[in-house]
Design a protein around this ligand. Sequence first.
Ligand SMILES: Cc1cc2nc3c(=O)[nH]c(=O)nc-3n(C[C@H](O)[C@H](O)[C@H](O)COP(=O)(O)OP(=O)(O)OC[C@H]3O[C@@H](n4cnc5c(N)ncnc54)[C@H](O)[C@@H]3O)c2cc1C
Length: 375
Amino acid sequence: MNNNQHITPDILIVGAGISGIALARLLAEKDYSVLVIDKRPHIGGNCYDYKDENGIIIHKYGPHIFRTDNKEVWQFLSRFTEWQEYKHKVRAIIDSKEVPIPFNFTSIDILFDAQKAKIFEEKLISKYGENKKIPILKLKQSTDKDLQELAAFVYEKVFYHYTLKQWGLKPEELDGDALARVPVYTSYYDGYFTEKYQAIPKNGYTKMFENILKHPNIKVQLNTDFKDLKNIKYKNLFYSGPIDEYFDHKLGPLPYRSLNFEFKTLPQKQFQDVAVVNYTGQEPYTRITEFKHFLNEETSSTTIAYEYPSAFELGKNERYYPIPKQENEQLYKRYLELAGKEKNIYFIGRLGEYKYYSMHSAVAAIFELVKKFAT
Ligand SMILES: Cc1cc2nc3c(=O)[nH]c(=O)nc-3n(C[C@H](O)[C@H](O)[C@H](O)COP(=O)(O)OP(=O)(O)OC[C@H]3O[C@@H](n4cnc5c(N)ncnc54)[C@H](O)[C@@H]3O)c2cc1C
C-alpha cells in the first residue's frame, strides 16, 4: 500500500470499508486513478478481521457472515477469495433450554409438551403454509387463540427483552423493518439465513479486501482522517463516513446504537456448539460469539466475545446501527438535501446513507452507483 500524500487522483474515496473498497476496484478497472483513505489503522471497515494469538480469525466489530442471492456480487467477490461454505445457525437460551433461532418447529418441540407443539405446528401450517417465514408482529395479529398464545410467548421470550437491550427501545418504538427481521419459520429449517450463497472468505475478510485493492490505479492511505486533509485535490469525492459529520452536525447528530465487545480466551477446545448464541432475557449482553466455528479452525483454546449494546456517544465509541425511527430518517433526508447542493460528492455506504446495509447489499448498491457514474 502506498503512503504518498501528494498525488492528485481522479477519485478520492473516504473510508476503506466494503463499500469504498468495492467502489475503488470497479473505478480502477475503468481506468480512474483512485485514492482511498481511512482514519483507522486498518482496511475493511466494520468487516475487518485479524488472527489473534490463538491462531483464530476474529471479527473485531462483531460476527460477519457473508450471504447473497445476487450472482453478480458473488462472482465479483469470488475473484478475490476462495470461500469456506458456512451455514449460519443461531441458538438462544430460553427457559434454560437451548433452541434454534429463528424460532422454528424444533424450538416449539423443545419448549412445549408434545400435544401443544402439535397444535401450534398444525395451525401454523394451515394458516400460513409450510416453509414460510412469518414476522412476529404478523403472528401477533392472528385471531386464533393458540397462535396468539404462541405469538405472545415468542414475543416475550425471543423478542421483547432482546429488542430492549439491542436498541434501548421498546419494539413498538422502532420502525417495522427492524421487526420484520424476527420471523417464526413454519418448518424444521434451522439455518439463520435462506440465501443461495452463504460463506466466509477462506483466509478472512481482510485478506479478500487486500486482494481487491491490489490494482495499479489504487493507492491506500490509512490513519488519515478526511477532516485533517488540507489542500487535497480530486475530481470526485465518494464519502463513506457519517454524512452528519461531513456537515459538522449542523442539523444535529444522527442517532446510532453502539456495541462493546468483551473478548475472552478460554483454555478449552470449544465453548458452545454454534458460532452465535443469543441471550434473550435479562442478561446485559445480547450474544456470545465463538469465532473458530466460522472457518472450522482446529485449536486447543478458543476465543469468544460477549456483545453489549450501548448508546452511541460521539468521540467515546463507534457507530454501529442507524436507529430505525421515522424522525431519524427525516433528519437524514435533510442532510441529503444539503448533500444535493454539493458538487461532485457522493455519499455511500452505511454511514454515508445512514442505512443498515448487509455486505452483499452494500456491494450491490456500489454496482448501481458505478453504472450511473461511469457509463
Ligand atoms: C455487529 C454487526 C454485525 C454485522 N454482521 C453482518 C453479517 O453477518 N453479514 C453481513 O452481510 N453484514 C453484516 N453487518 C453489516 C456490515 O458491517 C456492513 O455491511 C459493512 O460494514 C458496510 O460497509 P461500509 O463500507 O458501508 O461501512 P464501514 O464498514 O463502516 O466503513 C466505513 C469506513 O469509513 C471510515 N471513515 C469514517 N469517517 C472517516 C473519515 N472522516 N476519514 C476517513 N475515514 C473515515 C471508517 O473508519 C470505516 O472504516 C454487520 C454489522 C454489524 C454492526
